[in-house]
Design a protein around this ligand. Structure first.
Ligand code: FAD
Length: 467
């Protein structure tokens, strides 16, 4: 029998960020992390070979350990922006995090173990190598650190059928399979598809040898607006543009027109209607490269792939012989419904502040350590579901601004947020007197109140299917 204060299910970015902060804030607490995967790091263990963080390393990971060297890249598509770790660097980082946590003597890590769900008292886990079952006595709470578990190319089941003879590979296999392809079809509209197209272009595949099947077009953030540390003013500029657009928007379409006109959001093809919004970001260099791919199929989702033809929801397209299809259709972030973070016997890790998964998990641990009543904890950590379409933007931003205001009224929470390396605005006070930063702060303060009111009106006005 294993006995522990907290049983954390999932040792990905969320579970580790939670554990790291809880052991720091509660000196005597004991945690057990359990994960099916063979090591710590969650989906990063199975990520495609050319994956990178899309946000800077400087505010990713766990609170107690820096990731990377806070370097500004001098060349490449990320030139002028803070470095972004490769998948391998993220995996090494989480191995180091896990090693440090277990060395405290208060954290046990059971990788290669599966949580089998709650029992009358405690929980049960199965050792996947032996099949052995272990009862777990949970003295305080179970922590669900896989509620938002990512659906990734290596582990998802394609939702389309593949005829014998058609060549389809998951994006993880692209580097190995590319040598055998002369023409490529990239399936999917999100960040993974963007990465696959960029990888092909970087590897000297001519744009006219790439066919891009994009069921729906996406909005992307300009990477400039997600910069921390010495470039934090750019970040503030982006947030202030959100507030201004939010306050002045007539409707959701007008909101996105304003965000695009201000440079806050970009789309690969400005002539195509974009309805998807998943808080991912691109640099101008990436956009320029991707715009070279002109052969784009917009006929809905793929249903059936043959050797020389693709059947889609709204039609079909000939692809010709000897084409390699690259499956980038895994969903990424899970669209789980909001549920209270703090419940009687469990803590369900979810997004609170937008686009800050590591920060949110750590914040939830801080609140768990410093508040007694679940109602009080939930007041400080209301769930803020991941967005899927443009219709989700009003609620997402409004909830973020409202909760940030609430944190500021609680000195211990405000103090932790201000110091946390996971807080992308941490260095704002150091730059607040710089004229452009000062102007951005003033713009934000002018518009945030009206924006919250306006976005409340826009939020939920349209049906979920309207995007
Ligand atoms: C390709 C990609 C790139 C990303 N880049 C960024 C970025 O640059 N910046 C950013 O802020 N966010 C990024 N994200 C968002 C992402 O949500 C986080 O970065 C983060 O890694 C997600 O971690 P997680 O712990 O929530 O989920 P996961 O990594 O999915 O971990 C959940 C874990 O739970 C385990 N598990 C599930 N069920 C059980 C069970 N019953 N028993 C045992 N174990 C179980 C799984 O094995 C898994 O390892 C990215 C996401 C993807 C997919």
């Amino acid at each position: 029998m294993i006995s522990t204060d907290y049983l954390v299910v999932g040792s990905g970015a969320s579970g580790l960020a939670f554990a790291d902060t809880l052991v720091t804030e509660e000196p005597n607490v004991e945690l057990t992390l359990v994960d099916r995967r063979p090591g710590p790091g969650g989906h990063w263990l199975d990520a495609y070979p050319f994956v990178r963080l899309h946000t800077p390393s400087a505010y990713y990971g766990v609170n107690s350990l820096p990731l990377g060297e806070d370097r500004i890249d001098q060349s490449g598509e990320n030139a002028g922006f803070y470095e972004r770790a490769t998948g391998a660097e993220v995996r090494d980082y989480y191995a180091e995090v896990a090693s440090r946590l277990t060395q405290t003597g208060r954290v046990r890590l059971l990788t290669g173990h599966e949580h089998l769900g709650p029992r009358e008292e405690g929980a049960q886990v199965r050792d996947l190598s032996t099949g052995a079952l272990h009862d777990v006595e949970v003295r305080r709470k179970l922590v669900d650190a896989r509620y938002l578990e990512a659906s990734i190319p290596a582990t998802h089941e394609p939702s389309f059928d593949i005829a014998p003879g058609a060549r389809v590979v998951p994006v993880n296999d692209l580097p190995a399979a590319a040598r055998s392809g002369t023409r490529f079809t990239v399936l999917g509209s999100g960040k993974t598809a963007v990465d696959a197209c960029t990888w092909l272009l970087d590897n000297d595949v001519a744009p006219d040898r790439i066919l891009w099947v994009r069921p729906r077009d996406h909005w992307f953030h300009h990477r400039r607006h997600f910069q921390p540390l010495d470039l934090v003013g750019e970040n503030m500029e982006g947030i202030s543009l959100d507030a201004k657009a939010g306050a002045e928007a007539a409707d959701v379409e007008d909101l996105f027109d304003r965000l695009e006109a201000s440079g806050r959001l970009v789309r690969i093809d400005p002539s195509a209607q974009a309805t998807m919004y998943r808080i991912t970001m691109l640099s101008p260099g990436e956009i320029d490269a991707l715009q070279q791919i002109e052969d784009v199929v917009r006929l809905g989702r793929v249903r059936w792939i043959e050797g020389d033809r693709i059947v889609l929801q709204q039609g079909e397209t000939d692809t010709g012989p000897d084409i390699l299809h690259v499956d980038c259709t895994a969903y990424g972030l899970r669209n789980a419904q909001a549920t209270p973070v703090f419940q009687r016997s469990q803590i369900v890790l979810q997004q609170v502040r937008q686009n800050s998964p590591a920060f949110n998990a750590a914040l939830i641990a801080f609140v768990e350590a410093h508040r007694n009543e679940d109602a009080d904890k939930n007041r400080l950590c209301p769930p803020n579901p991941y967005p899927r379409s443009i219709d989700d933007w009003p609620g997402l931003s409004r909830r973020t601004w409202q909760i940030e205001q609430r944190w500021l009224r609680e000195p211990d929470v405000a103090g932790w947020v201000a110091e946390s390396r996971l807080n992308l605005l941490r260095c704002l006070p150091d730059h607040a007197a710089d004229p452009p930063v000062k102007a951005a702060i003033e713009r934000f303060l002018t518009y945030v109140g009206p924006a919250i009111e306006r976005l409340r009106e826009l939020d939920g006005r349209r049906s979920p299917e309207s995007g």
